[in-house]
Ligand binder design. Structure first.
Ligand code: PGA
Length: 259
């Protein structure tokens, strides 16, 4: 059974004071053994959040990185810098980066390699736009994004890889994918991993769903066989909502254990 993973993507939110209030609330809540919980603050708050998380079971991640380790790349942050701050995870290829900052599949692939080389667990985001879904191109787009990201990786690399399926039309819109839509794409991704690597390797990869996950819809998405967790944006900024999503992931773990 794959361990559920719930990650909070704070995006460009939280001053140090706000970050402190949120993390202080989060660390007071119980984290179920069956769930891996991660927060991804903005770069400016990472080191403060790292100190506040000391001794807690909540993992720390970043929202992006650059593929070079160091050098003349003004404004960029490298994988070794993130490791230095205590990050163990990094989001790569989020659709907002693809849309607003021109990230290409090629960049995502380079960033993924840099993250793996530094020992980070990458959360690689894939997903189609509404126009692509309506044109029946969803699987084609996901396949292109996956092919570019995964080419050249070994089965061993997969053990740390996390994939987040985030339909672009569901991000920040309050319009989440239906359980059927999510499971269909998650299974497609897992089958793609199986064909490229092995069934065993594919079974080990966690695939998160992201896009308007909240306390009310988390349970219906997290109980799906190929949904192993959630990448949560807006709802991760409120301790109660985030905790409710973590609890929904725990129930998934219990349900599977009883089978
Ligand atoms: P959302 O964002 O939960 O606010 O839709 C998810 C994400 O972009 O990772």
């Amino acid at each position: 059974m794959r361990r559920s993973i719930i990650a909070g993507n704070w995006k460009m939110n939280a001053t140090l004071r706000e970050a402190e209030a949120l993390v202080t609330a989060l660390v007071q809540r119980p984290i179920p053994e069956t769930v891996e919980v991660v927060v991804c603050p903005p770069f400016t708050a990472i080191s403060h959040v790292a100190r506040l998380l000391a001794g807690s079971r909540i993992g720390l991640g970043a929202q992006d990185l650059f593929w070079e380790s160091a050098g003349a790349f003004t404004g960029e942050i490298s994988a070794p810098m993130l490791v230095d701050l205590g990050c163990r995870y990094v989001i790569i290829g989020h659709s907002e980066r693809r849309t607003y900052f021109g990230e290409t599949n090629e960049w995502v692939s380079r960033k993924l390699r840099a993250a793996l080389a530094a020992g980070l667990a990458p959360i690689v985001c894939v997903g189609e736009t509404l126009a692509q879904r309506e044109a029946n191109q969803t699987m084609e787009i996901i396949d292109q994004q996956l092919t570019s990201a995964l080419t050249g990786l070994s089965a061993a690399d997969l053990s740390r890889l996390i994939i987040a399926y985030e339909p672009v039309w569901a991000i920040g819109t309050g319009k989440n994918a239906t359980p059927e839509q999510a499971q269909e794409v998650h299974l497609f991704i897992r089958n793609g991993l199986s064909q490229r690597f092995s069934q065993q390797a594919a079974e080990s990869v966690r695939i998160q769903y992201g896009g308007s996950v909240n306390a009310a819809n988390a349970a219906s998405l997290l109980q799906l066989p190929d949904v192993d967790g959630a990448l949560v944006g807006g709802a991760s900024l409120k301790a109660d909502a985030f905790q409710a999503i973590v609890q929904a992931a725990q129930r998934r773990g219990q349900g599977a254990a009883l089978k």
